[in-house]
Design a protein around this ligand. Structure first.
Ligand code: HEM
Length: 524
């Protein structure tokens, strides 16, 4: 018999009449999904109160339990409280931790039972998906759930594991840099070669990490690297590049991208942080402030866009004298390490220039498409995850004696959410396919606009999904613990990606402006 938790105890078979005789305070057993729990001592510690729990002493509490608790309560408390199983019965609740869910629309079409294989995917993509699903369940989910609340950085132990598994490297996407990283001894997950590795592998890695439903922790675990390291890999001075890449990709040190300022966001050209050469000509002296810098709280390096005479220059600034990071208290979670950075007379060697002096904007823009695409992948995976939570809840929660799903108004809400998420998925896959068949310059010409529109679409879907999900979960959707915690978390998060990486207005406008550049003189 498969139990929802691991236990070293031998669980005896108990007939229902025997269970019914343990029906009073101090001697209370109850049944949840055919497993018998002795709650005699636990009752006084039950967060919902002893009274309501003891109403079920001697009885089957399955339906009442799943109307009020997430399955993970059983996973956590089961080993302590379970004493047996009901004779001739076995658990019916499906435990999908680490497995692929059969809940309708919970998984991408590619892994949906009965669906044909999509042309974008090969066996190596499924290998990466299986590997990531297991890796996340075994190593990430528990810590993510804890740290999302406490707002702490990922543990060193986890960072090193992620690095060793090649996950940081995979999040940097395909390209010639993968060959360089492999020459440095870094390996992609599942033994994939740099040549084989493509955007669909990266998409899967991002989606699987996002499926913890903990976006703050997701960002804490390497988003700074995804946007901060590419400038160093692609444009770093040979004298520092290899050392920094080794330190960051091995998990020993961390990096972030520092562009945005209190007075300059989507209008990057408006930044005010200055870097001026000192008298020796060997150092830049940096002064200024950066705001909303993901991972900045614990980053060792800051890929920082500065104003230099005649233009803008990106500098790799190590944490040190004159660099100070303070937390920015955003609405999602401090686990992302979002920070306010001040640079006061920070001396940076000229070898730390990333790219050419005066070419900082070009270096910055180089990574924009990839950044927008990866934000879109993360948000899309989260919307699917939230929809799956809603589908499960509407089946498990009973109102006026019937499950929520039996209400037409609820089914309308699910239909709106699902149809948007499925459409986003198809568009995301179609553009990802295009990215694989275009050079960098072709992508800039043909895909910057569509990727902007896709990001706009997915963050609009996120707004709809969050809104409907809260309505479906009611009070639980605005409560940080218990049944609706994923919904509440998502509700605090979904506005962030609609403003960072190019606000909805900016990316939507980019999409249309880019299309209009190619508008033929065609008349109605
Ligand atoms: C093995 C049995 C049980 C365990 C281990 C357990 C554990 C918990 C825990 C950890 C919570 C905190 C909220 C959460 O994390 O979801 C909770 C809340 C609660 N529990 Fe239980 N529980 C059990 C059975 C029951 C039963 C049979 C009932 C009867 C209806 C019940 C009623 C409640 C209520 C009303 C709350 C408060 C829910 C809320 O705040 O919305 N529990 N329980």
């Amino acid at each position: 018999m498969s139990l929802p938790f691991a236990t070293t105890r031998t669980l005896k078979k108990i007939p229902r009449p025997e269970i019914a005789s343990h029906d009073r305070p101090g001697d209370s057993w109850l049944v949840i999904d055919s497993i018998v729990y002795d709650v005699s001592t636990f009752a006084d510690f039950h967060p919902g109160g002893a009274g309501i729990l003891l109403e079920y002493a001697g009885k089957d509490a399955t339906e009442a339990f799943y109307g009020l608790h997430r399955h993970d309560v059983i996973v956590k408390f089961g080993p302590r409280l379970a004493i047996g199983t009901v004779a001739n019965e076995s658990p019916k609740v499906v435990n999908t931790v680490g497995a692929f869910s059969q809940v309708p629309y919970a998984e991408a079409p590619q892994v949906r039972k009965g669906f044909a294989q999509l042309p974008y995917y090969r066996q190596s993509h499924e290998d990466v998906r299986n590997f990531m699903r297991q890796f996340v369940e075994e190593n990430v989910r528990e810590e993510a759930t804890l740290k999302e609340e406490t707002g702490e950085a990922p543990s060193k132990e986890l960072v090193l594991k992620v690095a060793k598994a090649g996950i940081f490297q995979a999040r940097l996407g395909p390209g010639p840099h993968q060959e360089y990283l492999s020459q440095l001894g870094f390996r992609l997950p599942c033994g994939i070669t740099p040549k084989e590795f493509d955007f669909f592998h990266e998409l899967i890695v991002t989606e699987e990490l996002a499926r913890t439903g903990m976006p703050g922790f997701f960002d804490g675990l390497g988003t700074g690297l995804v946007i901060g390291l590419p400038p160093v890999i692609n444009f770093g001075h040979p004298s520092i590049k290899e050392r920094v890449v080794r330190e960051v990709l091995s998990g020993e040190k961390s990096i972030c991208l520092a562009i945005t300022e209190p007075t300059a966001g989507s209008d990057v050209a408006g930044i005010r942080t200055t870097a001026t050469l000192d008298e020796s000509g060997k150092y830049f002296v940096v002064n200024g402030t950066k705001k909303w810098i993901t991972n900045g709280m614990w980053a060792d390096y800051f890929s920082t866009l500065c104003r230099t005479p005649g233009g803008m220059t990106m500098l790799l600034i190590p944490r040190g004298e004159g660099v100070e990071a303070k937390p920015v208290r955003t609405s999602y979670s401090a686990a992302a390490g979002t920070s306010y950075i001040t640079f006061e007379n920070v001396r940076v060697p000229v070898s730390h220039v990333i790219g050419e002096v005066g070419q900082g904007l070009k270096v910055t823009l180089t990574n924009f498409n990839h950044e927008r695409w990866f934000i879109t992948s993360e948000v899309h995976a989260l919307t699917r995850y939230v929809v799956a939570e809603c589908i499960k809840w509407t089946n498990q929660r009973k109102v006026f004696g019937t499950p929520l799903i039996s209400q037409p108004v609820i089914r309308q809400k699910l239909a709106r959410m699902i149809s948007n998420v499925e459409a986003d998925c198809a568009w995301l896959e179609a553009l990802t396919h295009q990215m694989m068949h275009m050079t960098y310059n072709q992508q800039a010409e043909h895909l910057a606009g569509p990727l902007g529109l896709l990001k706009f679409k997915v963050t609009r879907t996120a707004a709809l999904v969050s809104d409907e999900a809260v309505q479906i979960f009611g009070g639980r959707g605005i409560t940080r613990t218990g049944m609706g915690r994923v919904i509440e978390q998502f509700n605090r998060f979904y506005k962030l990606p609609s403003v960072y990486g190019g606000s909805e207005e900016i990316v939507a406008d980019l999409g249309i402006r880019q299309a209009m550049k190619k508008m033929p003189n065609e008349k109605l």
